[in-house]
Design a protein around this ligand. Structure first.
Ligand SMILES: C[S@@+](CC[C@H](N)C(=O)[O-])C[C@H]1O[C@@H](n2cnc3c(N)ncnc32)[C@H](O)[C@@H]1O
Length: 297
């Protein structure tokens, strides 16, 4: 709280003794917009998180409180602020080689066949669908480079997308604090990262690694412009924020984009549900394989 601001007990506020009043009505407006813009379901249980993240926006914009903020995001002048709100309320936690068994599965069960296909001249695409600040697609690319150091000579690439332009900018810069690189094996770190030499101890991915990945803005509940199919999709730790109906919709939309036998990796607390569940078979812990015989159009 800035100096000089007195704590008061705000009547009707979901948050006691706070600088701004967050009412049930404000929360309803914010939740509805988050659902509409990002598919993210926010219940009253998330009131503290919403308060702490949006109070910063309210101060930055010099508004008097949540009531004004809600008026802004509902108005035509608030289009940009809606995007800021989505960025502020999404969770971007990620790490290199998160859920390492997925990368081991990719390396041993999926890549050998894809490398053969790429060497035979085929176009191979993989997708990190909700890539956050980049560790996930870079871990996919590092796994590929381990098995195929000259991968950039072939038509084998990774699409990395997210709804939040701020995290995409970090991902595209490929600049990371040394602590974040701890899960990256030493040999990989030496081969594919270089010191940034900007007076900090940060590292940056080397061009050979960076050029395997295309970073793009994409909303999983919006239009998907891509036409080609994927051999691998990582969609981890994002649909947990969606309601059941939206989750089923996202899984179903992946199905026609997966090659037969393609791999789908999902988060540890997620499962493929709805119509898509009959188009995939389990191929490990939170790993699915598109089953050749069936397809959702
Ligand atoms: C917790 S991170 C997961 C990052 C990575 N997949 C992982 O597992 O480490 C969730 C990401 O989903 C993104 N996200 C949330 N809603 C989205 C949507 N509707 N479309 C695309 N990305 C979304 C957020 O911006 C955030 O970067």
């Amino acid at each position: 709280m800035p100096p000089g601001v007195t704590k008061t007990r705000n009547v009707g506020s979901l948050i006691e003794n706070a600088e701004f009043r967050l009412t049930v009505d404000d929360l309803k407006v914010i939740s509805e917009i988050m659902m509409q813009e990002a598919g993210i379901a926010l219940s009253q249980a998330k009131a503290s998180l919403i308060y702490s993240r949006l109070a910063k926006r309210i101060r930055k914009l010099g508004l008097s409180g949540f009531h004004d903020y809600c008026s802004l995001i509902q108005s035509s002048a608030g289009v940009d602020e809606c995007k800021e709100m989505v960025a502020a309320l999404t969770t971007n936690v990620t790490s290199f080689f998160r859920e390492p068994h997925h990368f081991e599965h990719l390396r041993t069960k999926v890549l050998p066949q894809l490398i053969e296909r790429a060497k035979a001249g085929e176009r191979i695409r993989m997708w990190s669908a909700a890539c956050s600040t980049g560790p996930e697609p870079y871990s996919m690319a590092l796994t590929l480079l381990k098995e195929m150091p000259d991968a950039s000579k072939y038509d084998i690439r990774i699409l990395a997308t997210d709804i939040d332009p701020n995290v995409l900018a970090v991902a595209a810069s490929g600049i990371y604090e040394p602590a974040l690189l701890e899960p990256v094996p030493e040999g990989m770190r030496r081969s594919w990262f270089k010191p940034l030499n900007d007076g900090t101890d940060r590292f940056q991915v080397k061009d050979e690694l960076r050029r395997l990945i295309a970073f793009r803005h994409l909303n999983l509940i919006g239009n998907w412009p891509m036409k080609g199919k994927f051999w691998v999709i990582f969609c981890r730790n994002v649909v947990i924020y969606f309601d059941n109906q939206m989750q089923e919709r996202v899984w179903s939309r992946f199905m026609p984009l997966l090659e037969d036998d393609a791999a789908l990796y999902i988060g540890h607390s997620e499962r493929v549900s709805g119509a898509a569940a009959s188009c995939v078979v389990n191929d490990g812990v939170t790993v699915y394989k598109k089953s050749g015989g069936r397809s959702l159009k």
